[in-house]
Design a protein around this ligand. Structure first.
Ligand SMILES: *[C@@H]1O[C@H](CO)[C@@H](O)[C@H](O)[C@H]1NC(C)=O
Ligand SMILES: *[C@@H]1O[C@H](CO)[C@@H](O)[C@H](O)[C@H]1NC(C)=O
Ligand SMILES: *[C@@H]1O[C@H](CO)[C@@H](O)[C@H](O)[C@H]1NC(C)=O
Ligand SMILES: *[C@@H]1O[C@H](CO)[C@@H](O)[C@H](O)[C@H]1NC(C)=O
Ligand SMILES: *[C@@H]1O[C@H](CO)[C@@H](O)[C@H](O)[C@H]1NC(C)=O
Ligand SMILES: *[C@@H]1O[C@H](CO)[C@@H](O)[C@H](O)[C@H]1NC(C)=O
Ligand SMILES: *[C@@H]1O[C@H](CO)[C@@H](O)[C@H](O)[C@H]1NC(C)=O
Length: 353
């Protein structure tokens, strides 16, 4: 009799859970990283916390997995006093450690706990998430690292869930202002196809402080990374001798015109890096603007087969003596780009053959 009752009870819970899985969220808050902090759970329009009853190391494992945060860090979980203004949404959770989500563990149902005040868990998982942009400091495709930025781990998918609000948060966290433009097919992201891609949805997270909290899972079919140009992104170039585009007078694009930059108040190394020119070698300022030479020696040239040609051929970039073809597809390489190359090489206007 007891057994049957238990079975019916669990079966009932399972049915309810299957229905509501997509609406539940779990995040870690107030840590130095989105993979540490106290646990908050979202269910049917409400945020609350998870009670500690029956908590084990298996529960830690499920929490880290559910937040895409790796494995629990040994001996780092702690009991903290819970805030009296928050309700206990879930309690008496009993996990085997293999569940994908906390609400898939055995529990009596949401809001069933009678616990009013008490303690909750603070947890630390192994991932140290940093978000950055593939491209420039303040423009590019959103990529993430799980080891504090040493190695890239993957990208955010830009097909769904990526909008103005999310892009603004990313720009702000990188000290890049706000989002100026969400990009479509701006560049070919070489490493994107074989990288991990994370889907995001921030819609239930009104006050999210890190986009990692919006991650809902991995996508294998995503074709487009989330990308952005922030207001803090300057379009720069060095105007000088065409035999090296990494040395010359610094100019910045403003409203479609290239104007000299009078004073650099950022580290000149950052400007060289932003132009993919290495690091600063020399820098001087006078009434006419700023003269900057960076460590890399980069030439844009045209190749006809194996031979360098004057005004016809495939666009190559020669960096410190090593030549590489510029990757372009019908989507990203436009006549406008071709015009720029022809003009910069003193080759007149474009004619496609
Ligand atoms: C994001 O989540 C909200 C609420 O949970 C849902 O209504 C919406 O369909 C989701 N959006 C996507 C693109 O999955
Ligand atoms: C974790 O804590 C237990 C008990 O306090 C202790 O015996 C063990 O050595 C600790 N492990 C680590 C890796 O610090
Ligand atoms: C996480 O990475 C950041 C940036 O690399 C580093 O400063 C921080 O110490 C790391 N945190 C941990 C817990 O390893
Ligand atoms: C991560 O980066 C470190 C040093 O930056 C390197 O030694 C290590 O091999 C990298 N790990 C992976 C999995 O690529
Ligand atoms: C550009 O630089 C090259 C190599 O340093 C030099 O031979 C050439 O005369 C320069 N052209 C101009 C216009 O200064
Ligand atoms: C600034 O440009 C003007 C006009 O091209 C030139 O006569 C002057 O010598 C330049 N000043 C400096 C400091 O290079
Ligand atoms: C840069 O490289 C080009 C071609 O390899 C060469 O002609 C030029 O002299 C180099 N310039 C400098 C400043 O090293």
């Amino acid at each position: 009799m007891w057994f049957l009752l238990l079975l019916l009870y669990t079966a009932h819970i399972e049915a309810v859970i299957a229905q509501s899985t997509s609406k539940n969220r779990l995040i870690l808050k107030s840590g130095s990283n989105p993979c540490e902090g106290y646990i908050e759970i979202y269910h049917e329009g409400e945020w609350g916390h998870v009670g500690e009853k029956y908590w084990t190391e298996n529960t830690d494992k499920v929490v880290c997995r559910s937040t895409h945060c790796g494995e629990p860090v040994k001996n780092s979980t702690a009991e903290i006093a819970s805030r009296p203004d928050e309700s206990v949404l879930l309690n008496d959770v009993s996990c085997t450690g293999n569940e994908d989500h906390l609400w898939k563990c055995i529990h009596p149902g949401f809001k069933v706990s009678t616990q009013r005040t008490g303690t909750q868990r603070k947890i630390k998982c192994s991932n140290n998430i940093t978000l950055s942009l593939d491209g420039f400091k303040c423009a590019g495709a959103v990529k993430y690292s799980t080891d504090g930025g040493q190695n890239d781990s993957g990208y955010f998918c830009g097909e769904t869930g990526w909008g103005q609000k999310e892009a603004n948060l990313l720009c702000k966290n990188r000290n890049c202002g706000t989002s100026k433009d969400i990009l479509n097919d701006w560049m070919v992201w070489e490493k994107f196809p074989q990288s991990k891609k994370m889907m995001i949805n921030c819609s239930d997270l009104q006050k999210t402080d890190n986009l990692w909290q919006c991650v809902t899972g991995e996508s294998r079919s995503c074709k487009k990374p989330a990308s952005v140009i922030c207001t803090g992104h300057d379009k720069l170039r060095l105007k000088g001798n065409a035999s090296n585009v990494c040395s010359g007078r610094l100019e910045k694009e403003e409203n479609g015109k290239w104007n000299p930059v009078k004073t650099i108040n950022t580290n000149p190394d950052d400007w060289c890096k932003q132009m993919h020119c290495g690091t600063k070698v020399s820098h001087s300022e006078d009434d006419n603007g700023t003269q900057l030479t960076c460590s890399d020696n980069v030439t844009v040239l045209l190749m006809d087969g194996n031979k360098r040609s004057n005004c016809y051929g495939e666009v190559h970039i020669q960096r410190n003596g090593k030549s590489q073809a510029v990757c372009g597809t019908a989507l990203t390489w436009t006549e406008k780009d071709a015009e720029v190359v022809c003009r910069e090489l003193n080759c007149g206007s474009v004619s496609f053959k």
